[in-house]
Design a protein around this ligand. Sequence first.
Ligand SMILES: C=CC1=C(C)c2cc3[nH]c(cc4nc(cc5[nH]c(cc1n2)c(C)c5CCC(=O)O)C(CCC(=O)O)=C4C)c(C)c3C=C
Ligand SMILES: [Fe+2]
Ligand SMILES: [Fe+2]
Length: 345
Amino acid sequence: MEARSDVGVVLMNLGSPDSTSVPDVQRYLNEFLMDKRVIDYPYLFRWLLVTRIIVPRRAPKSAEAYRSIWWEEGSPLIVLTKQLQKAVQHDLQMPVEIAMRYGTPSPAAAYDKLLKENPQLKEVVLLPLYPHYAMSSYETAAEYAKEVYKKKKYPFKLTVIPPYFDEPDYINAVAESMRPYLQQDYDHVLFSYHGVPVRHIRKGDITGKHCLQVNDCCHVQSPAHEFCYRHQVKNTSELVAAKLGLPADKWSVSFQSRLGREEWLQPYTAARLEELPKEGKKKLLVVCPAFVSDCLETLEEIAVEGKHSFISNGGDSFTMIPCLNVHPLWVQAVVKWCGDITKSC
Ligand SMILES: C=CC1=C(C)c2cc3[nH]c(cc4nc(cc5[nH]c(cc1n2)c(C)c5CCC(=O)O)C(CCC(=O)O)=C4C)c(C)c3C=C
Ligand SMILES: [Fe+2]
Ligand SMILES: [Fe+2]
């Protein structure tokens, strides 16, 4: 591939605290949870809830959890995003930067760096590292990246890649990353996705009458699906299961990481991990396709807490399949998507 410096790529992920100290975790959680697309209550109520109740209670526990998974080079999510950056830049032969929705580096820092090192930059392709559309993940990342771009009047064109939950290259990469684990003896595969409040699903329904209102809504054709996290994660799971030839009774979907008292998407992963051994599913594989890079929610909540819960409820073996991280098929998919968009420039 011919090297180019007139086009660039930004890989955008969620972000992590700068360190595992309580003040750094507190700063990160405040920024994250004060996002109006994450905790979508009126400003004053959100401010009181986040800064006076949730964060003071949560920060010390979160800091401890981060400490248990932190690597010498830093937060796994950041380190793995940097590794993806390096691999994509190598294969794509164009400048690639990373940006985070919360914490550092910001999208502005990524744009500034690209422009400083490539003054002839004409176009930037931004890939949110979220395969599925949720107001609290893909939407907030994409909107923030566009807002910063407009505000600072950058001289290049910005193209944001849409959610890729059903893109054959993504499905293939997830399926192939799972395939070696299916060689071992297992009873069940659990697709565990980060949850969202049920209210967010209803709020995001552009028809106002489809999501969670129509029988089996996720399988009934509707324009609402373009913005429906529940539909999209189910679709990903069905496509991956079909690709791997998994029979319907060998896999299921659940939702993890619930925060607060509101109802979130069900079934909850925590509940399923207690129930599965009692249903005779004692050898479990867990995959988390909403996360492109391993992070606190996979390395601690699933691989440590989840495993402990499953085994102490009678499970025999528990294997967490790593996220795509720098799987060659995933790198190849990102290179192809970004390369295709920039080909015409
Ligand atoms: C996969 C996409 C994600 C969605 C959707 C999402 C929604 C969402 N998250 C919270 C609250 C927290 N999430 C936390 C960590 C976290 N969340 C995602 C992704 C999604 N979140 C990732 C990749 C991570 C890991 C970050 C890392 O540094 O490794 C946390 C912080 C950790 C903790 O204290 O448990 C919180 C808090 C809400 C409220 C929400 C939807 C409304
Ligand atoms: Fe989250
Ligand atoms: Fe829906």
